[in-house]
Design a binder for this molecule. Structure first.
Ligand code: G6P
Length: 369
């Protein structure tokens, strides 16, 4: 097992550090940035069917559901197709309206999650086109769907999902770009810029990983907090949910993710000098509005841990800790902002002496309801 961990103390830490390679493995062979081409057999072979979908319904559970939420922003932004993101367990039991014009995308690392599988079977029965985004090759969901795209992240052993999340977002981004290009909803120059920027992501993830020492300091400071709030907006709202889930899963600290602007409708009541609030405040995406949310937290004496774009000065004045990530286009920021949140939950769990790779009560793959 020590050999499999490749010198890291835990699989989770190894998998966090594998993300630069995992992301490039996901787009390698699919994306020819200099030629402006994306090849994905599962999409190419079914282009008309997918691009003409009246609606895309994404079904998933857990972290994969969060990747689905990020994809909702990407598909609507780039391909202009309406998207609904559903918990597979709710979708399958609520007599959903599904038509032959719908495309249902199942996102699943393991490809074995029982609820996601059942949702896909239901969608197929109602005539929808089923597309799978799985990591495990040959898994049940990948076999049950009409077409799909693997994430090629390599085996993920840690129960808390890390590289599966970022590679799912990578695949879904490529898919949205392909559809956008086919439909003409993204300009050629924007398309090209996205591809070039995607190629820079692995290096930028490496840079984000360098904040590890600082994050250990933050972890030490807040490891005994009973609660933690995560806030983000737009593309980074699902990242806030995922950050909170990671903390809950492995450190057993109660954490909640919220859209930053929604804070005033509830969570703000919880803020006092004991409450650490992790805020994603990257330069693009409603930056000024998030800064004003940070001010509201500060005036209630909450502790602010901000994830910002490199070089940011404004938030530095307000926050207790500032963690920088490199700049990129807005739709790709989740691939960077999620890195410090993974590391933060990892270090807190280690400092609290928890079983990081196999947290209590959780399973890597949930094959029963
Ligand atoms: C379990 C795992 C999570 C995962 C979820 C969905 O709860 O512990 O890490 O996100 O299942 O799994 P899937 O394999 O379908 O992505």
């Amino acid at each position: 097992e020590q050999i499999e961990k490749g010198g890291y103390e835990h699989f989770m830490l190894k998998e966090i550090h594998e993300q630069p390679n995992a992301i490039s493995d996901t787009y390698r062979g699919r994306m020819l940035a200099d030629k402006g081409i994306i090849r994905m057999a599962g999409v190419d072979d079914n282009m008309e069917r997918i691009a003409n979908a009246k609606r895309i319904i994404i079904v998933a559970c857990g972290t994969s559901w969060h990747a689905g939420l990020v994809a909702e922003y990407i598909f609507e932004d780039i391909a202009r197709i309406p998207v609904e993101v559903e918990y597979a367990s709710e979708f399958r039991y609520r007599n959903p309206v599904i038509t032959e014009n719908d495309v249902v995308i199942a996102i699943s690392q393991s490809g074995e999650t029982a609820d996601t599988m059942a949702a896909i079977k239901l969608a197929k029965e109602k005539g929808a086109f089923a597309f799978g985004v799985c990591n495990v090759v040959g898994s049940s969901i990948s076999r049950e769907t009409h077409a799909g795209a693997y994430t090629h992240a390599g085996p993920e052993i840690g129960v808390a999902s890390t590289k599966a999340f970022t590679t799912q977002i990578t695949v879904l981004t490529l898919m949205a770009l392909k559809l956008g290009k086919f439909k003409g909803t993204i300009s050629q120059s924007d398309f090209q810029f996205h591809l070039q920027e995607m190629e820079r992501i692995p290096e930028k993830v490496k840079e984000a990983l360098k904040s590890d020492k600082l994050i250990q300091e933050v972890a030490f400071k807040y490891k005994d907090a009973p609660n933690c709030l995560y806030l983000g907006r737009g593309y980074n709202f699902p990242v806030a949910l995922e950050g909170a889930l990671k903390l809950k899963e492995i450190s057993y600290i109660h954490a909640e993710g919220y859209p930053a602007a929604e804070m005033k409708h509830g969570p703000i009541a919880l803020i006092d000098e004991q409450m650490p609030v992790v805020v994603i405040a990257t330069k693009k995406g409603h930056y000024e509005k998030v800064v004003s949310n940070i001010q509201e937290i500060k005036s209630r004496k909450g502790k602010i841990i901000a994830v910002v774009t490199k070089g940011d000065e404004e938030v530095r004045e307000l926050a207790d800790y500032v963690i920088e990530v490199p700049e990129t286009i807005e739709s790709l920021t989740p691939l960077l902002t999620t890195i410090p949140l993974q590391l933060l939950s990892y270090h807190i769990a280690v400092m609290l002496g928890k079983n990081v790779d196999q947290p209590r009560n959780l399973a890597k793959s949930v094959t029963v309801e």
